[in-house]
Design a protein around this ligand. Structure first.
Ligand code: CU
Length: 69
């Protein structure tokens, strides 16, 4: 498993946290996706054999939480 932490500044409440968890719940190879509301970072744990950081970024973008550097 691999972990990536992405800054998702537009995610700001419990609803966003639920949205992000739900957006990743249907993505193959994702073990967990957790938004930290204090840091506004989303930590995604995934299987690098199934998907990559680009796919993780795309899922977040599609959910409305475009990651920023
Ligand atoms: Cu929200």
């Amino acid at each position: 498993m691999q972990t990536v932490e992405l800054h998702t500044p537009s995610a700001s409440c419990g609803g966003c946290k639920a949205n992000i968890a739900e957006a990743f719940s249907t993505v193959d190879g994702v073990e967990s996706a957790v938004l930290d509301l204090e840091t506004k970072h989303t930590t995604v744990t995934y299987d690098p054999a199934v998907l990559d950081v680009d796919a993780v970024t795309e899922t977040l973008t599609e959910a409305g939480y475009t990651p920023r550097a």
